[in-house]
Design a protein around this ligand. Structure first.
Ligand SMILES: C[S@@+](CC[C@H](N)C(=O)[O-])C[C@H]1O[C@@H](n2cnc3c(N)ncnc32)[C@H](O)[C@@H]1O
Length: 209
């Protein structure tokens, strides 16, 4: 039997609204704008898609998008939210044990997954396995590193109010930490950026060699 997701599933019905409140809509929009500018993504696998906030944006520049999440509830909500896109399919998948063949995607995308899962190294390893040679891994993740103290305090307050205690095993990756993580799996880093005015998100694009 596969793993079950219990933390984020509780928020599946209104995750996007909650996230916009915690992070701040203006900064969420800046991150979405960066992702919207990614071109020619080919056949894309998205991990931890939740309700599909990023899937809608990725689909415009993808031949096909397989949007996945460990949470069955999230998968159900995403299927409903994304039903008008004819190049998106939504499935349940665990980023640590992907049910896909080696070398099968042009792009793997994950937003806000590496800082919440207990062993992001294993997720990156799986991404590398399913990516084609020269394929791209794109990692986006909120980070407190680089945030001004007063914005950080506000973010923590809104997080606790909205979700309660964070899931166990998460890690606060900064841009450099996450870049090193991808480099340790021999990705060639082609773009890094810290995005956002009050809240911050790291953005990294790496190529499988
Ligand atoms: C913080 S949310 C981020 C959602 C979305 N990518 C975004 O940025 O708006 C993390 C998502 O990852 C999913 N998740 C947690 N563990 C996972 C795993 N092992 N494999 C795949 N998805 C997982 C959760 O169910 C949740 O939907």
């Amino acid at each position: 039997m596969g793993q079950k997701e219990t933390y984020w599933s509780r928020f599946a019905d209104n995750f996007e609204e909650r996230n916009n409140y915690v992070v701040g809509k203006a900064d969420v929009d800046l991150i979405l704008k960066k992702v919207a500018a990614l071109k020619n993504l080919g056949n894309v696998l998205e991990l931890g898609c939740s309700n599909g906030t990023f899937s809608k944006v990725l689909a415009n520049n993808s031949d096909s998008l397989l949007a996945t999440d460990l949470s069955e509830k999230m998968v159900g909500v995403a299927r409903d939210c994304l039903k008008t896109f004819n190049n998106i399919r939504v499935e349940k998948a665990d980023c640590f044990d992907l049910p896909y063949s080696d070398n099968s995607f042009d792009t793997v995308f994950m937003a806000n997954l590496i800082h919440i899962v207990p062993n992001p190294e294993n997720a990156i390893k799986e991404c590398k396995r399913v990516l084609k040679k020269d394929g791209s891994l794109i990692v986006v993740s909120y980070t407190q590193k680089g945030m001004r103290l007063r914005y950080k305090t506000g973010l923590i307050y809104r997080y606790l109010k909205t979700y309660g205690k964070p899931p166990k095993g998460g890690r606060n990756f900064g841009l450099e930490d996450a870049t090193s993580l991808l480099k340790s799996y021999k990705f060639k880093i082609t773009n890094t950026e810290l995005i956002g005015k009050k809240s911050k998100a790291l953005f990294i694009k790496g190529q499988k060699k």
